[in-house]
Design a protein around this ligand. Structure first.
Ligand code: FAD
Length: 145
């Protein structure tokens, strides 16, 4: 889809609060997808043993507004920004928020190889872990249709 304003991308990680588990996350993800869709924000959220890793991409200021709300959310803490800046292309353009529960080692690998601002996006050459995620997300999407 053509972008109407400059595209930014954000990656952060955080620790889930004790009350958060995969069941409560289902509701969070459903609500987030609705919001992201109307704000033209796309991305993915990974959850592994109490840790979150999220990539979000979209127009400013929608992205920074959302990040401020996410930062204030009591369902997680120690929110650490790994990268934030302009990108040329969306890496998760098909997903208002893809979600996967993964193991901790996989989350670490993805944290190291997610596309950084100024990179041209995953269409260039996703690392094997992210390529695997994209394949799984696409499969889920096809099954849901
Ligand atoms: P409100 O819905 O008014 O909630 C205010 C506060 O109440 C929240 O900050 C939270 O601390 C608490 N709260 C709200 N609902 C619940 C609940 N069901 N259980 C327990 N506490 C609750 N939102 C998006 O729109 N898009 C995203 O991509 C996105 N990603 C997120 C990723 C993570 C890891 C987390 C923890 C949250 C994410 N959210 C996302 C939710 C986001 O933080 C806000 O809750 C949401 O944007 C609504 O904002 P609000 O100010 O209207 O909050």
């Amino acid at each position: 889809m053509p972008e109407s304003s400059p595209l930014f991308s954000l990656v952060y990680r955080s620790e889930a609060s004790r009350a958060v588990h995969e069941v409560t996350l289902g509701a969070l993800v459903r609500k987030a997808r609705l919001y992201n869709q109307q704000a033209r924000i796309t991305g993915m959220l990974l959850y592994a043993k109490g840790q979150f890793l999220q990539l979000l991409e979209g127009p400013e200021p929608a992205l920074s507004d959302l990040y401020a709300r996410i930062n204030d959310d009591a369902r997680h803490y120690d929110v650490t920004t790994l990268s934030y800046g302009p990108v040329e292309l969306r890496s998760f353009g098909r997903w208002p928020m893809a979600y996967a529960s993964v193991d901790a080692a996989f989350l670490e690998k993805v944290a190291r190889c997610l596309p950084k601002p100024a990179a041209v996006g995953l269409t260039a050459e996703p690392c094997p872990e992210v390529a695997l995620l994209l394949r799984d997300f696409a499969k889920e999407q096809e099954q849901a249709q």
